[in-house]
Design a protein around this ligand. Structure first.
Ligand code: HEM
Length: 161
């Protein structure tokens, strides 16, 4: 395994696989509960790779999945590049801080790409907090004519290797 690139050394606590559970809602849909697995990896270059998949708690059917890359172009600044199987791409930018020992990222979409068949997603925001072996996040979304508001929240724990 190559050494972690110095630019993303601050993200080292994310490396590995995380599993947990979340819930989602939106004014236009039924609320739902999901299980989630997230993996962060690296190849020694100035980014972390990221992949996520979710399943319904009700019946185990696959729900959302996403994949991408995390970059830290300057200290305290983070970029997250994401692709979704729903025809959407998402570029988030924001801040990376350490607050009371927790790694905190506050991100907002600067670019949202939509294929011709994708749903109308107009705004996205994500908050991440990592403390020890616990990762929590929330996702806010503006979509299908609705203003930016809560879509997801989840708590994951580091999967023992
Ligand atoms: C943990 C990740 C996520 C899960 C488990 C999840 C789950 C769901 C579910 C179950 C629905 C309702 C049924 C459906 O339309 O499939 C839904 C709707 C939707 N989600 Fe998510 N979602 C996730 C992340 C996202 C993200 C990141 C985006 C945007 C990039 C997004 C955009 C939407 C949109 C646009 C709808 C449709 C709303 C409507 O048509 O009224 N979701 N999501």
């Amino acid at each position: 395994m190559p050494d972690l690139h110095a630019d993303v050394a601050v993200l080292a606590p994310l490396l590995g696989t995380w599993t947990g559970r979340g819930s989602g809602d939106y004014p236009t849909i039924d609320s739902f509960d999901y299980t989630e697995e997230i993996t962060f990896g690296h190849v020694g270059k100035p980014f972390l790779s990221y992949s996520q998949r979710t399943k319904s708690v009700d019946d185990g059917r696959p729900l959302h999945a996403e994949t991408g890359y995390l970059r830290v172009p300057s200290p305290g600044h983070v970029e997250w590049i994401l692709a979704h199987p729903t025809g959407i791409t998402e570029i988030l930018e924001g801040t990376l801080t350490v607050v009371d020992g927790a790694l905190v990222m506050e991100l907002a979409a600067t670019v949202i790409g939509r294929s011709a068949s994708a749903k109308d997603v107009s705004a996205l925001g994500r908050s991440f907090r990592l403390l020890g072996d616990t990762l929590t996040y929330t996702v806010r979304m503006g979509a299908v004519g609705q203003p930016l508001q809560h879509h997801l929240s989840a708590t994951l724990h580091r999967k023992p290797s």
